[in-house]
Write a protein that binds this ligand. Structure first.
Ligand code: G
Ligand code: MN
Length: 255
């Protein structure tokens, strides 16, 4: 893994996040990909905890964020980049300084960056996490609460912690057409976020009926295989060029 970072084998893929009302792309989530020449494809669920444990999550994250930010510079300016922070990073008081200096070096406006954090990560050291989040938000970075509804969900966290966006876990979205309970839970999350002035993204939308149901519930944004699978930066640029061509010649993307 250490060598992979040095050899530049770790790559970033991008998955579109769309406005459910207009079906327009509003941003992309960066997802880490590692294809080892001997091991083949290694899942981030395996290598991120490994990097945390062995103490090189910082260099891994720096490589990924730098690559993601450089790619985001090629997109239309109104699109945001969403990047996952690991739990170890949310315990490290240097994280905000590190993140801001990486995107500054890359030339990406902090207002185009969103950082995804999980409730479990926030829980480990709530004071440090709060401080990191406050510093980042002061610089214009937005914060989303990832995988909402699973793990150690606490509604108190939504009250006491400052976020901008909630990402509803795909465990609820994938069953929204099948069971009433999931539909009611998603409906309640959307209503709550409305009242709290938080944006909502439904994760893991896989088919048209799920998309339709979420639109009906007034969910603002969506993400999932139905709208696009994670793809490399070249494919992502091609996708944007097509989308923007459909939207009219006034908008263009250089490929
Ligand atoms: O924890 P987080 O929500 O960041 O996880 C994102 C993961 O979910 C990625 O590995 C991505 O490939 C996967 N993913 C994204 N969209 C879908 C989807 O529609 N269905 C399924 N099963 N997985 C998805
Ligand atoms: Mn995420």
């Amino acid at each position: 893994m250490r060598n992979a970072i040095i050899a530049d084998e770790v790559d970033v893929h991008f998955q579109p996040i769309v406005n459910l009302k207009t079906d327009m792309v509003v941003g992309f989530e960066a997802l880490a990909r590692w294809c080892d020449p001997d091991l083949g494809y290694v899942s981030p669920a395996v290598f991120v905890p490994l990097a945390e444990e062995r103490g090189f999550i910082d260099s891994l994250s720096e490589t990924l964020l730098r690559k993601a930010a450089e790619t985001a510079l090629l997109w239309p300016k109104e699109l945001f980049l969403s990047f996952n922070l690991s739990s170890a990073q949310l315990m490290d008081p240097m994280t905000s300084t590190n993140v801001l200096s990486i995107i500054q070096r890359a030339g990406l406006d902090p207002r185009r960056l969103e950082l995804e954090i999980t409730e479990t990560a926030v829980m480990t050291d709530a004071d440090v996490a709060q401080k990191i989040v406050t510093e980042l938000r002061a610089a214009g970075v937005r914060i989303s609460l990832d995988d909402f509804g699973t793990g150690q969900s606490s509604l108190g966290r939504l009250r006491d912690f400052s976020f901008d966006k909630v990402k509803v876990d795909r465990a609820f979205v994938s069953r929204i057409s099948a069971d009433r309970a999931s539909e009611h839970i998603v409906k309640a999350i959307i209503a709550m976020c409305d009242g709290l002035n938080l944006e909502v993204v439904a994760e893991g939308i896989e088919d048209f009926s799920e998309a339709l149901k979420l639109k009906g519930l007034g969910c603002g944004m969506g993400q999932g295989y139905f709208y696009g699978k994670p793809a490399d930066s070249v494919t992502t640029l091609r996708y944007l060029a097509e989308k923007y061509q459909e939207a009219g010649p006034a908008l263009s993307v250089a490929v």
